[in-house]
Design a protein around this ligand. Structure first.
Ligand code: 6PG
Length: 254
């Protein structure tokens, strides 16, 4: 079941699932279908993966469905929405999680997987990733991903755009280093300008600990600075929320 509401220039599609397993399978089918659609005219599917724990089951479900979906993995380019500034073999690495859950199981050419690398110098890493985006997309304005997957923190953060962090107010940059005070750690993140240049964005949100923040965002239309996720309004017009019953517990309409 899902609701579609028009919020300004963005269609908000809420896809509800009973449990995390159904969410992962529904989200996996959605991503694969989006990929095939992006390739329909012979093009490439450019996707930015989310980090955190929620997407792992979706990536595994994608790997299980990798064959027979019509998606040509040879024409997929894989990027990340954000990364922790740790080595690629670190258990905290978003790259490592996606590689183990999905990328090691599907035939995406190595040269089309673009890891965010900020374990040395976050500023230099951010500028290098921005250079990669400029080179890959061949554009002077923020690149438009076919799809960006995002998670949602209980504080309303998404990617590594945390409440009241400097990265939120940056302009003109596509990729930013961001020191997260409460974690005492550096991260790298796509900027809001890039998130909002996307054709489509899909949030994957599960668990009752997300119920309050989801209610604030979707029912109360929380737009304050303290909710970075509220500022994700993809110009492509498509904003999808994949949620399980626990996360949707406090939503009007249940
Ligand atoms: C990260 C993510 C971050 C994550 C949220 C939700 O690198 O951790 O980009 O934004 O999506 O914190 O994380 P969970 O899915 O683990 O709840």
């Amino acid at each position: 079941m899902h609701d579609v509401v028009l919020a300004g220039e963005v269609n908000v599609d809420i896809h509800r699932y009973g449990d995390p397993k159904d969410l992962a399978q529904g989200a996996a089918d959605f991503v694969l279908a989006r990929g095939s659609a992006a390739q329909a005219d012979g093009g490439v599917f450019s996707v930015a993966l989310s980090g955190g724990s929620t997407p792992e089951a979706t990536y595994r479900a994608m790997a299980e469905r990798a064959v027979g979906t019509g998606l040509d993995w040879g024409r997929v380019r894989v990027f990340w929405g954000d990364e922790r500034c740790v080595p690629p073999e670190d258990p905290a690495s978003n790259y490592r999680m996606a590689r183990l859950a999905l990328l090691d199981q599907v035939p995406v050419p190595e040269g089309q997987v673009f890891r965010m690398s900020c374990e040395g110098d976050p500023e230099r890493g951010a500028r290098a990733y921005e250079a990669t985006l400029r080179q890959q997309f061949g554009v002077a304005s923020p690149p438009s991903f076919d799809l960006i997957l995002l998670g949602l923190g209980t504080d309303g953060h998404t990617a590594s755009l945390f409440p009241d962090s400097a990265a939120l107010d940056s302009h003109g940059r596509w990729v930013l280093p961001n020191y997260v005070e409460k974690m005492g750690a550096w991260r790298m993140t796509l900027s809001l300008e890039v998130l909002n240049a996307a054709a489509a964005v899909a949030f994957l949100v599960q668990g009752e600990e997300k119920a309050r923040v989801l209610h604030s965002l979707l029912d109360r239309g929380e737009q304050s600075q303290s909710f970075p996720a509220a500022r994700v309004r993809p110009r492509g017009g498509e904003l999808h929320w994949f949620i399980d019953a626990a996360a949707g517990r406090d939503l009007v309409g249940g």
